[in-house]
Design a protein around this ligand. Structure first.
Ligand SMILES: NC(=O)c1ccc[n+]([C@@H]2O[C@H](COP(=O)([O-])OP(=O)(O)OC[C@H]3O[C@@H](n4cnc5c(N)ncnc54)[C@H](O)[C@@H]3O)[C@@H](O)[C@H]2O)c1
Ligand SMILES: O=P(O)(O)OC[C@H](O)CO
Length: 337
């Protein structure tokens, strides 16, 4: 059944998901806080800074006025960088109160908030209380916008503690190239989604330094092991980490030139400073902030996360990458499980 859906955030992922929902027959409004981007989308049906050589559906309408974008929406999809979720959610709550609507919420952001260590669904639940909304679902998995733009086969997971909400999201998004599974483990899916970005920074750095496939496979595997340990400390389902949001997303982000996290790591490995890498990317590199959150969270919870710690030391304490790798390799031998 066709729905009115507001998509908040018109970067690579928000704009491509909005286009997919439009193609699936929904009435979609796409919000961006940048007027020039809204004008480009409405006049030329392009979003050149984020996705090159792609023409968006003519029926997809962009707005810079949040309340206008949210009008009559029965579902709201948040796709802004994690650091912007709280402020966009708080503006959304005010607009929904004026509109007297109570939509279902979905988010597709992958990060852990700095200082609070909140997952994105927790931020949404705090800023938009239950009386102002329906359920919250997270959409996650191995999914670069560039591949979805090409209608390349993509499989993701929709996770909500309310299975019927996840099934609803599954129906909204599924089509011949985009397949959605359901999951009720919101904690596991959000932790896996956020922390795989740290590992992608690492595999990118290995690539930039000239290391081979063995090293990258090792980092992804042991990275997933420590992500699973952190997830387990919050009661996540261990199976989630061998699913799409876990191993699936580590593979795609940890090996792909499309990944901003991987590319950032590659540039770091080649000797650029973190500031230079952030300045030239021009898009969000979620792994940078999430490395700090995950490092502090692991310390707080007493979870052993040596790879996250090493990447934190490189990004935030100026440790040389080769020295960080050498220190990881010289840790005392231990049992794999
Ligand atoms: N790009 C992908 O392929 C992809 C896939 C899956 C998940 N994600 C996740 O989706 C989220 C968004 O990523 P993206 O790739 O679309 O990012 P992006 O950098 O391409 O764009 C982010 C968008 O958010 C907007 N924005 C930034 N700060 C804002 C603020 N304070 N208030 C309002 N809007 C703001 C920007 O203008 C931009 O339009 C991230 O958490 C990312 O991890 C991205
Ligand atoms: O480009 P990245 O590194 O933000 O990764 C995008 C998606 O999370 C891949 O699943």
């Amino acid at each position: 059944m066709s729905e009115k859906i507001a998509v908040l955030g018109a970067g690579s992922w928000g704009s491509i998901l909005a286009n997919l929902l439009d193609e699936n027959g929904h009435d979609v409004s796409l919000w961006s806080y940048k007027q020039d981007q809204v004008d480009e989308l409405n006049q030329h049906h392009t979003n050149t800074h984020y996705i090159k050589d792609f023409t968006y559906s003519e029926t997809l309408v962009a707005y810079s006025d949040l309340k206008a974008a949210l009008k009559d929406a029965t579902t709201v999809l948040f796709v802004v960088p994690t650091k912007a979720v709280r402020s966009v959610a708080s503006q959304t709550k005010r607009a929904l109160a004026e509109l007297h609507t109570k939509p279902a919420l979905i988010h597709a952001s992958k990060g852990i908030e700095q200082d609070t260590y909140k997952r994105v669904s927790e931020i949404l639940a705090e800023e938009i209380p239950a009386e102002s909304r329906q359920s919250i679902t997270v959409l996650s998995g191995p999914s670069h916008a560039e591949d979805v733009a090409k209608k390349d086969i993509t499989l993701v997971t929709a996770a909500s503690t309310d299975l019927s909400a996840a099934e609803h999201v599954q129906k909204l998004f599924m089509n011949r190239y985009f397949r959605v599974y359901t999951n009720t483990d919101v904690i596991g899916v959000e932790i896996a989604a956020a922390l795989k970005n740290i590992i992608a920074l690492g595999t990118g750095a290995l690539h930039g330094l000239g290391y081979g496939d063995n090293a990258k496979a090792a980092l992804m595997t042991r990275g997933l092991a420590e992500i699973s340990r952190l997830g387990a400390s919050f009661g996540a389902n261990p199976l989630t980490f061998i699913g799409l949001a876990g191993v699936g997303d580590i593979i795609v982000t940890g090996t792909s030139h499309n990944s901003r996290n991987w590319r950032a790591g590659d540039e770091l490995g080649k000797g650029q400073s973190l500031e230079e890498v952030i300045d030239t990317m021009g898009m969000v590199i979620e792994g940078v902030a999430t490395t700090k959150s995950a490092y502090e969270l692991a310390k707080q919870r007493g979870v052993d996360m040596p790879i996250t710690t090493a990447i934190y030391q490189v990004l935030y304490e100026g440790k040389d990458i080769r020295e960080a790798i050498s220190d990881l390799m010289q840790r005392e031998g231990r049992s794999e499980f």
